[in-house]
Write a protein that binds this ligand. Structure first.
Ligand code: FES
Length: 87
C-alpha cells in the first residue's frame, strides 16, 4: 500500500490542495488503484514558504507542487511505487 499525504493547511488549501486531491482520486480510479493507494489529508507540514502545495508520496516530501504536476508525479512516482509493493 502506498500512502499519499496531502497538506490541507490553509496555505496549501488556498494554493489548490482540493483540486490536487480531486486529480489524485481521478487518476486512482482510472488506474484501478483504490485498494493499493491511500490518500490522506494533513495539517500544515510547515513548508508553507516553499510555494505550491506540500505532500508526501510514501516517505518522500515534495514541496511547491502544482495541479499541473500531478499527472507527471503519478506516472513517475506513484505507479512505480505501487508496482514495487505489489511484487
Ligand atoms: S499549509 Fe501546507 S505546508 Fe503549511
Amino acid at each position: 500500500m502506498v500512502t499519499v499525504q496531502i497538506c490541507v493547511g490553509s496555505s496549501c488549501f488556498l494554493r489548490g490542495a482540493p483540486r490536487i486531491i480531486d486529480k489524485f482520486q481521478e487518476l486512482m480510479a482510472e488506474h484501478g488503484l483504490s485498494n493499493r493507494l491511500i490518500l490522506k489529508g494533513s495539517f500544515c507540514l510547515e513548508q508553507c514558504t516553499k510555494g505550491g502545495v506540500t505532500l508526501f508520496i510514501g516517505d518522500e516530501l515534495l514541496t511547491g507542487v502544482g495541479y499541473e504536476d500531478i499527472p507527471v508525479l503519478f506516472e513517475s512516482k506513484i505507479l512505480p511505487a505501487v508496482k514495487d509493493v505489489s511484487r
